[in-house]
Ligand binder design. Structure first.
Ligand code: ADP
Length: 627
């Protein structure tokens, strides 16, 4: 039973295995096989450095070449790197131990390609290739064309050469800073660097007297830093190389350049882009990217089977000029001086680019605020105009009101004028009589004349006061003394009070009260209130007809109080007496108190009416004191 039930399984499993195998074979096909074989083939790459793995500019070339190679290679790579340390000594020691070391390392497992970076590594590879890796293709990368040892080149080599154009580098300096008179050239003392000193000198010969060249090749870097901090004006620094200084100190990485940049009082120029970005101004330079791209393309072609002899390139020159914006700013070099087609890097974003949204918000707020301020200023201007207009009207109305008040004063004025005029007449007649006598008393006549003069002055004073109160003047504010202003107003109504048998008392404050105001207007207010008070008491008992005016200092205010012994104001009317056209008098106009309030408020003061507990009305004007 059981064997029957399991029997179909082995057949089914076999069928499944066969179909899976067929599917695998189909999916691989011929192309798949090639790809697998390519991918499976490990390529061994040997990179030889010149001074060390962290020496600029070569370190940057090596880094870029490796990165690009790893990116482009269709094969898995085994990249091994070695640095030719002997190149860094001023007096190179024996290379034999290093050669032996490499020999034992690569015995039996030779690299597929050797990449040398820089001239010393190229020289070394050429010298020992027969011993170390006789049939391995060699790419001599980043070698200045003058340093290529052409005699030892084989069919298995490709040179990716570069060409230093010192003339172009120095022309760039003169283009940017035409006043340059001196160039201090920073360069080390290793054999390679010494070679370049001579080459630069030769290349720059055409500059002749135009530039003074100062060489730092015999100085320790410490000394170079000291000198660079105190360079005379119109001097620039040219960064050639600084691998090993005259004191034998090795300068790896870009520490040396950075410390020079930190102390130098002059701009630094260079012709290598590994030194660009933070320390040098810029100009035409060798491009790491360009050289690396070419080296990698050569390496891939060779690893793919191409014959090195078939690959040939012209040396690479400088790439189009690039400049560091920060250095241009620092040394005040105008962008107008840069050659056409230049690229400016490291431009710091301005405040608008950095805080775009914030700036837009702030601008919007400013604009709204400016709009509001303009609107408010416009409103204020209009209000000022309206105020001036209303003061004008007020002055006109007050003027009319003064005429009506003066109308009431006619009797009083006539009385005031009649008195001195009458006296003058009497005195003149007396004097005439005396002069007709045989021996006139001259002393007496002199007295009479003095009296005449006094009476005349009194009459003139009455007219002056009348004229001043009737004068049509615009509202004009100035510093005034309130006690005197009130006294003058009382002077105008005194005769009227006498005529009506009213006791008019004035009690000024003991000290002066200085306020800002228009005296004519304020006198008009006082006059109106006194006339009203006199009206109020006129019908009362002849013995109780009293109007008392006083001025008081109350804190920061001056008060004018006008009290009377009249019937007071009906409590229902207390709230309305200042309203225009409110009157309880048969021939009243009801404008006196309304105008009085307007005038007082125009002086930033207040006016109030109340009834005194012992009877009669009390009007109080309060005005701000000065100081
Ligand atoms: P008019 O004197 O033409 O009536 P006013 O505006 O000067 O106009 O006065 C308005 C009203 O206020 C007066 O009609 C009167 O009823 C009341 N009034 C003003 N002063 C006094 C006062 N001292 N005593 C009583 N009532 C007064």
């Amino acid at each position: 039973m059981s064997s029957d039930s399991v029997r179909p399984w082995p057949a089914a499993a076999l069928l499944l295995c066969v179909s899976l195998f067929a599917a695998m074979c189909l999916s691989l096909g011929p192309a798949g096989a090639v790809e697998r074989s390519l991918r499976g083939e490990l390529k061994r790459v040997l990179v030889l450095h010149s001074f060390g793995r962290e020496f600029r500019p070569w370190s940057e070339y090596a880094r870029a070449i490796k990165a690009e190679l790893e990116r482009q290679s269709p094969w898995p790579l085994d990249i091994q790197e070695h640095a030719l340390l002997t190149a860094r000594f001023n007096n190179p020691g024996p290379e034999a131990p290093f050669v032996e070391y490499l020999q034992s390392l690569y015995q039996g497992a030779l690299p597929d390609i050797v990449l040398s970076i820089g001239a010393p590594a190229a020289r070394f590879a050429q010298r020992y290739r027969a011993k170390l890796f006789p049939d391995t293709p060699l790419v001599l990368a980043a070698v200045e064309s003058r340093l290529v040892n052409r005699a030892d080149l084989t069919d298995n080599d490709v040179v990716v050469a570069i060409r230093n154009d010192f003339m172009a580098a120095f022309e760039n300096i003169l283009q940017l800073l035409p006043d340059t008179r001196k160039v201090a050239i920073v360069i080390g003392a290793s054999p390679l660097e010494r070679y370049w000193v001579e080459e630069v000198k030769r290349d720059l010969k055409p500059l002749g007297e135009r530039l003074e060249l100062v060489w730092y090749s015999d100085l320790s870097f410490e000394e170079i830093l000291k000198r660079a901090a105190k360079l005379p004006p119109h001097t620039v620094l040219f960064w050639g190389l600084m691998s090993v200084d005259a004191a034998g100190i090795v300068h790896e990485s870009d520490m040396a350049l950075r410390s020079l940049h930190a102390v130098a009082n002059a701009p630094i120029f260079s012709y290598q882009d590994p030194f660009f970005g933070g320390s040098t101004v810029g100009g035409p330079m060798h491009s790491v990217a360009q050289t690396s791209a070419r080296t990698v393309s050569v390496a891939i072609r060779i690893l793919g089977g191409e014959k090195p002899a078939s690959i040939n390139y012209e040396p690479l020159g400088f790439s189009p000029p690039r400049y560091d914006w920060r250095e241009l700013q620092r040394w005040g070099i105008s962008e107008n001086r840069l050659p056409a087609g230049s690229e400016i890097l490291f431009r710091e974003p301005n405040i608008w680019e950095r805080f775009r949204w914030q700036m837009l918000m702030i601008t919007a707020v400013f604009l709204v605020q400016a709009g509001l301020i303009t609107g408010l200023l416009h409103e204020r201007h209009r209000r000022r105009l309206a105020e001036v207009e209303s003061r004008q009207r007020l002055a006109e109305l007050a003027h009319v009101n003064r005429y009506s008040a003066v109308g009431e004063l006619t009797t009083s004025i006539a009385h005031e004028l009649n008195q001195p005029l009458g006296s003058i007449l009497t005195n003149t007649e007396t004097a005439e009589l005396m002069l007709r006598g045989a021996s006139p008393d001259m002393d007496e006549i002199r007295h009479i004349l003095a009296d005449i003069r006094r009476d005349d002055q009194r009459a003139s004073e009455v007219i002056r006061r009348l004229r001043s109160v009737l004068k049509k003047t615009p509202f004009e504010v100035r510093d005034i003394e309130l006690n005197d202003t009130v006294r003058e107003a009382i002077g105008l109504v005194r005769a009227l009070a006498d005529g009506r048998r009213i006791a008019l008392a004035y009690m000024p404050a003991p000290a002066d009260l200085h306020v800002r105001g228009d005296p004519v207007q304020l006198q008009q207010v006082v006059l109106n209130l006194i006339i009203n008070a006199m009206d109020a008491v006129s019908d009362g008992d002849i013995k109780k007809r009293e109007v008392s005016v006083s001025t008081v200092r109350a804190g920061h205010q001056a008060e004018i109080r006008i009290a009377d012994t009249g019937p007071g104001i009906a409590s229902a009317d207390l709230g309305s007496v200042f309203n225009p056209f409110f009157t309880t008098k048969p021939e009243g106009m009801g404008m006196g108190l309304a105008i009085a309030r307007t005038i007082v408020e125009a002086h930033h003061g207040t006016i109030a009416a109340e009834n005194q507990p012992w009877g009669g009305a009390l009007f109080t004007i309060r005005l701000p004191l000065i100081g």
